[in-house]
Design a protein around this ligand. Structure first.
Ligand code: KG4
Ligand code: ZN
Length: 367
């Protein structure tokens, strides 16, 4: 529908420069430039390298997204940007770019939360989120169970990892197995040819006295690393496919078990899974099986929308506009540890700021 908000979203919290354009809950463009290859030889994301790559990729990626969507920058109803959490320097590039474009075009600016964006992106695939929605957010930096009755204003943490994030565990085990970086996709591939029951790795925090919705992957990571070391010390070959499959099974078993339990306990009949690890093929299958058994409707976006992208930021920005949330003020800054409970960063005096820009009629500066 033409009267739905047309929003451009910019994502630079880690190593992907993402620019997405949506109209309401319809995806029009999803342009991503990744610097992942530049980090691979270091075995992890190097913040300074990521910031420079964002700077170089920003304008071409914005232009590519506008072209892909077939819209002019002057037609936009708002510009959304990831304000946090993430790498400070990387976030700053996105926030600066978003401010510049918004100011030059005379458009409202929306600083949004990366984690809430990972949830909201599913609106582009499966339509409006049910309220409330239980969300299992699993990425390289976060593993949380979140209950949201309105993704623009109410995100309640039910539980989170007490040590490593799920994606971090995938990345670390891939490193121990010499499979490269990032670890998730390659472990996923190897695991398809392995036996998930070959090795009984521990399921963290699943004892009767353990917190029901918190996660722990550090013990699992150590157990897998020790198992591999023992094999190598004995001069035996490491069965990479079986290790990958058994490790992956331990992660997704705990994630899905706790997510389904949280839904049941809270009487929520929808589970959404988001974040890079939601691209995992085994997680998707097991979640579907367990949700079906429990009478819960599962929503997982397609893999490309699970890993970091700009469309998710645009999706949350469009929801902010649709719900009449306050725009951010021009003093919006990046917050590397923005809490998950803040879906957006309205700033101090948004109304006044934006009136001023509209009067200035910046629309001619970029068209
Ligand atoms: O959401 P994301 O793209 O960036 C963060 O916000 O962290 O998530 C990246 C994480 C990485 O740890 C990566 O290894 C993991 O998601 N990942 C996967 C898969 N694809 C990406 N983990 C398991 N299986 C996958 N197929
Ligand atoms: Zn992410």
């Amino acid at each position: 529908m033409a009267d739905e908000p047309l929003v451009l979203g910019i994502e630079t919290s880690c190593d992907e420069t993402g620019v997405g354009i949506v109209r309401g809950t319809t995806l029009l463009a999803d342009a991503v430039a990744s610097s992942v290859d530049e980090h691979a030889r270091f075995g992890g994301v190097v913040p300074e390298v990521a910031s420079r790559a964002h700077l170089e990729a920003m304008v071409p990626t914005i232009d590519r997204a506008l072209k892909e969507a077939g819209v002019g920058a002057k037609d936009l109803d708002g510009i959304a940007v990831t304000a946090g959490p993430g790498l400070a320097g990387a976030l700053l590039v996105g926030v600066s770019a978003a401010k510049t474009y918004a100011y030059a075009l005379g458009k409202p600016l929306y600083g949004v939360n990366h984690l809430a964006s990972h949830i909201c992106v599913d609106q582009l695939e499966h339509g409006p989120l049910p309220e409330p929605t239980m969300a299992l957010l699993v990425s390289g930096g976060h593993s949380s169970l979140l209950l949201s009755s309105d993704i623009t204003s109410d995100v309640r943490p039910m539980g989170a990892t007490i040590d490593d994030a799920a994606g971090e565990a995938f990345d670390k085990i891939a490193r121990v197995l010499n499979l490269g970086f990032p670890g998730g996709p390659v472990i996923d591939r190897y695991a398809r040819e392995g036996d998930p029951a070959a090795i009984a790795f521990p399921r963290g925090l699943t004892g009767p006295r353990d917190p029901a919705y918190d996660f722990s992957f550090s013990g699992l990571k150590t157990a897998v690393a020790r198992w591999i070391e023992a094999r190598r010390a004995a001069g035996e070959e490491v069965p990479v496919r079986d290790v990958a499959a058994s490790f992956q099974e331990a992660v997704v078993d705990v994630l899905t078990r706790k997510a389904v339990r949280a839904c049941k306990d809270e009487g929520v009949d929808h589970l959404m899974i988001g974040g890079g690890v939601a691209a995992n093929s085994r997680l998707r299958v097991l979640a579907q099986e367990r949700c079906e058994k429990a009478g819960i409707r599962l929503r997982v976006p397609r893999p490309k929308l699970c890993t970091d992208n700009g469309a998710m930021v645009a999706a949350l920005g469009a929801e902010m506009v649709a719900r009449g949330r306050a725009a951010s003020s021009w003093d919006l800054s990046a917050d590397s540890s923005l809490p998950v409970t803040d879906p957006h960063v309205p700033g101090r005096d948004p109304g006044h700021d934006h009136d001023h820009v509209h009067e200035a009629g910046g629309e001619n500066l970029y068209s």
